[in-house]
Design a protein around this ligand. Structure first.
Ligand code: 13P
Length: 321
C-alpha cells in the first residue's frame, strides 16, 4: 500500500471526522522520524517537502531517497506531497518523480512577491490539475495569501480567502484540496500575543467549507511554536523571539469545521533543533553527526506522534487497508 493520494487520505478523514497532519521534512532523517511516528500511532500521514529546501544536494536525490524510504513502510498509508509548488514545471517534475500529490501555489506571481490575480491563479492551477489528473495525482491550490515565508525568504502579507471566490476557484480548477488563508502565517514568528478570533478567522473555515463541500480545506502555518522548546533553544545559544502560534485546541477545532489537512513544519523543526542544540552544548567533545542527528530524530518523532493524536489521525491507518 504505502503511497496513497491526497484525495484518498482526505476523503477517509472526512468520513472519520479527523484531520491529517502534513509534516514538512528537509532531510531523510526527518522523513524517518515522521514515518516512525505514523507507524507508532497507526496513522495515515502526509509527508511534504518544498522545492530546493532540503539539506541534500538536489531535489531529485532527495525525492528518490524519500520514495525508497517510504517503500520500507508498507504498513503506513503515506501521501508524498509537494508543498508550495512555485510553478507548473516544478509540479510536473514532482509528479514525474512519483509524488502522489502536489500543491500549486498560484497565489503569488512568478516573482514570488507580488500577488497574482485571481485569473492568473486559476490559469496555472487548472494547467496543473489537467496534468495531475492524467497521472492519478491529487492537487492542492491556494486562495488568499498566507503570511510569513515557507522557505525562509520572502515575507508575504496576509490576504484572507473569500468564500465566493473559493467556490468559483474550485469550479474552474477542479482542485482536490484548497489552502485557505484564515490569518495564519508560516515560520517561527506568527502572533505577538495569544491568538483570538481577531487574528485567526475560524468562522471563515465553516463559510468556505459550506461553499465547496467536495473539496478538502487545508490550514497552513499551523505550528504552535511551543514555548518550552523555544526556551531550550534559547538556553543553548538560540535567539528565537517570543511568539505564539496556533493553539492545539484550535487545530483540533478546525477539523470539526472542515479542515482536513493541517500543515506543520516549524514545531518539528523546533523539536529537532532543541534536541541537537542541547546535546552539542552539553557534550562539547562530540562532533559525530550520527549522535546529534539521532537525538533530533527521536525528539521530532515524539512531537509528530503527539500531534497525530491531537489531529485524530492516530489509529486510522486501517481505513486504507
Ligand atoms: P508552519 O510554518 O506553521 O510550521 O507551517 C508550515 C506550512 O504551512 C507549510 O506549508
Amino acid at each position: 500500500m504505502a503511497l496513497i493520494t491526497l484525495r484518498a487520505a482526505l476523503d477517509a478523514a472526512k468520513d472519520g471526522g479527523y484531520g491529517v497532519g502534513a509534516f514538512n521534512v528537509t532531510d531523510l532523517v526527518q522523513v524517518e522520524a515522521v514515518l516512525e511516528a505514523a507507524r507508532e500511532t497507526d496513522s495515515p500521514v502526509i509527508v511534504q517537502t518544498i522545492v530546493g529546501a532540503s539539506a541534500h544536494g538536489s531535489d531529485e536525490l532527495f525525492w528518490d531517497a524519500m520514495r525508497t524510504t517510504i517503500a520500507r513502510y508498507p504498513d503506513v498509508p503515506v501521501v508524498l506531497h509537494l508543498d508550495h509548488g512555485p510553478s507548473y514545471d516544478d509540479c510536473v517534475r514532482a509528479i514525474d518523480a512519483g509524488f502522489t500529490s502536489v500543491m500549486i501555489d498560484g497565489s503569488l506571481a512568478e516573482d514570488r512577491v507580488t500577488h497574482a490575480t485571481f485569473a492568473e491563479n486559476v490559469a496555472v492551477t487548472a494547467r496543473v490539475t489537467a496534468y495531475a489528473a492524467a497521472h492519478g495525482v491529487s492537487v492542492e491550490g491556494e486562495l488568499g495569501t498566507i503570511g510569513g515565508s515557507e522557505d525562509g525568504g520572502v515575507h508575504k502579507e496576509i490576504v484572507l480567502a473569500d468564500p465566493d471566490e473559493a467556490a468559483q476557484f474550485v469550479e474552474s480548477t477542479g482542485v482536490d484540496a484548497l489552502a485557505v488563508a484564515i490569518g495564519t502565517s508560516h515560520g517561527a514568528y506568527k502572533f505577538s500575543s495569544p491568538p483570538d478570533g481577531t487574528v485567526l478567522h475560524m468562522d471563515l473555515i465553516s463559510a468556505i467549507a459550506a461553499r465547496v463541500p467536495d473539496t478538502h480545506l487545508v490550514m497552513h502555518g499551523s505550528s504552535s511554536l511551543p514555548a518550552d522548546l523555544r526556551e531550550v533553544i534559547n538556553a543553548h545559544g538560540g535567539t528565537l523571539p517570543e511568539s505564539w502560534g496556533v493553539p492545539e485546541s484550535e487545530k483540533a477545532r478546525s477539523t470539526k469545521l472542515g479542515v482536513r489537512k493541517i500543515n506543520q513544519g516549524m514545531d518539528s523543526h523546533m523539536a529537532f533543533a532543541a534536541a541537537v542544540r542541547s546535546y552539542l552544548d552539553e557534550d562539547g567533545i562530540n562532533v559525530d553527526p550520527a549522535l546529534y542527528e539521532r537525538r533530533g530524530r527521536v525528539a521530532m518523532q515524539q512531537l509528530v506522534a503527539e500531534r497525530m493524536r491531537v489531529f485524530g489521525q492516530a489509529g486510522q491507518a486501517s481505513r486504507h487497508r
